[in-house]
Structure formats: structure tokens, C-alpha cells
Design a protein around this ligand. Sequence first.
Ligand code: FA5
Length: 348
Amino acid sequence: MEEKILQLKEKLESEISKVTDGMALESIRVAYLGKKGSVTELLKGLKDLGDAEKKEFGQKVNQFKNEIQQTIDEYKTKLAELEVQKELEAAEEFDMSMPRMVARGSYHPITLVQRECEAIFKSMGFTVEDYSEVVSEYECFESLNIPKHHPARDMQDTYYLENGQLLKTQTSAAQNAIYRKYKDALVNDGKPIKAIFPGRCFRNEATDACHENTFFQMEGVMVGKDINISNLIFFMKTMLSEVFQRDIKVRLRPGFFPFVEPGFELDINCLICGGEGCPSCKHSGWLELCPCGMIHPEVLKAGGIDPEEYTGFAFGLGLTRLAMMKYGVKDIRDLNSGNLKSMEQFAE
Ligand code: FA5
């Protein structure tokens, strides 16, 4: 029996020294310690021995069994270390500086239109401002002459946070902060306020081909001495002809917003259907694109500007709708779909 154990030990040592992977090691474990393995057979053979021998050899076989298990465990650890070593050596061959063929990303159509508008307004002396998406009720409504319980709030239901703040429904929410930021330069240096502020807006909307619950607007304001409706119309026309690089039919009609007086709706002839009517323009042939008007005296006052001395205009361009018209996107929801295939076609 002792001799048998010695033979098995030698055999095991020779077999294990040739093992290069975990599978081969597992086969060895089964061959020795499995139900029909060599050591299990040895244990079965004990029953033919006398009591004293049974005890002596039983201990030896069990000790051998433990040694085999220990050897296999140690070898397993060694194999895992070798595997890591191999991976590290392969990684050293990876040359980070080598040019690789990777798919190029592209800008979203809304980003493209936004950048274009920013460039146009910058060239006309406007600054581009950034503003938070989470704002207070004061910024979004009260500072804009929309007190609590005013019916105009019904049109702009949004998502409220537990701390009373809300996701802004309109870029107009930044107006008050912009007036406060630039009012001293206006009063002391006579520098008119000329700013645009693009941003994402959120509304609790029933979505359709031209309405989304998350969309982009670009607000613009100009405040100074003797600013009037002609200035407003000039900037709107210049912006649209630059964006579309062709004549676009527009119409101006009265519109009500508590923060402008007078207020207008600027619509453009639907470029998807050419004005014949389609789901993108709710079958009217026209698309509401850019409400605007002369800033209400109460709004200027809330921004720290004397409405007796200064006047101004404001507009709220629907950037997402502008992107739809410019790129011929029939359904506004496609723009938020995250579908790379359909977005890639606008890459520039
Ligand atoms: C406003 O949000 C006003 N703050 C605009 C304004 C600014 C008026 C300054 C006067 C002076 P309105 O809710 O109409 O107005 O939205 C303005 C534009 O945003 C719309 O003409 C449209 O182009 C776009 N818009 C509004 N709601 C959605 C929507 N759910 N999905 C996509 N675009 C929208």
C-alpha cells in the first residue's frame, strides 16, 4: 500500500509539471480524487486490511489526499498568475499612439442649428449666456409678470422638485438674471444689453409631431434707449435669412405673453409641406417658431432697469423646431430618439 502511494506521488508530480491550463488541472483532480479516482480506490482497498493496518494506512492515504488537494490549489494560483502575466505582456504591445479606424461622432442637428444661431447673433454684437435648467418659481414666472395662480401658468406645467424649484419651461427664466448682470453697464456706460441664451426647456406636454416634453429654445433680449419693434423685426429677419440662406415666408400676428407688450407670434411657412398642411405643422401650413415682443415695463423693473428710460425687445426662438425645418425632420420626437443612424445623416 505504501509503495502504491509513492508511485502515485511520482506520477502526480510528473503529470502536474506538464499542466498549462485550468482544464487539464481539473482532469488531474478528478483522476486522483474523483469518485473513481486513484486515491478513492486506495481508500476502498482499506476494507481488506486488518484493524491495525487499516488505521496506519488510512491515515497515510488521507494525508496523501490532503497533499494532492494542496498541490492542486497551489498550482491553480500559479496558473492564474501566469495568465495575468500573459495579459500584461500582450498589453505592452498595444500602441496608444497608433492611428486606428474608429467611427467618427457627429453633432446633433439641434447643436448645429444652435451654433449657427450663436454665430449669427455674435456677429451682430450679442453675448451668448449659459443658464441653469433648474430654476426658482420667481425666475420662471414671477419675475416675468406671471404671479401665482395666473392662468398663463397652466400652459406651462412642468416638473417640480421637492425643494420648490422646477425644471425651466422657457428660456425667458434667465431674463431677470441677465438684466441684473448688465444693468450697471447699461446705466453707467450707456452699453445696450444684447444677449442670447439658448437652453433646454421642459414641459408636461402631450407629445405629437411638433411637441416634445423636452426641447430647446433660444432666448434673445436687447435693451437700451429707444429700442423699438423695427429693431426686433430687423434682427428676426436677419437671423432667419442667415439660417436658411434663402427667402422664407413669415407672418407676424398678435400673441399674448404677460412679459411682453405688445406681443407677437412669428410663424414660418412650413418647409416640410411647403405650406399645404401636414402633421409637422398641425395641418395649418404654418409653424409657430419665435414668439416675441417689447419687454413689459414690470419685467424691466424686476430686473432693476427703469422702464421710463429704457425699452427693449425679447424673443423666444424654438430651436428644436428650427432644426426640424432646416433639416426636414418630419417628427420632432425623432430628434430625441437617440437613434444614431438617423442623426448621422446630419453630420457636417
Ligand atoms: C415661450 O416659451 C415664451 N417664453 C417665448 C417668448 C420669449 C415670448 C420672449 C415673448 C418674448 P411658447 O410657449 O410659445 O413661448 O414657446 C416658444 C417656442 O418654443 C414655440 O414657438 C415653439 O417653437 C417652441 N416650443 C414651445 N413648446 C414646445 C414643445 N412642447 N415642443 C417643441 N417646441 C416647443
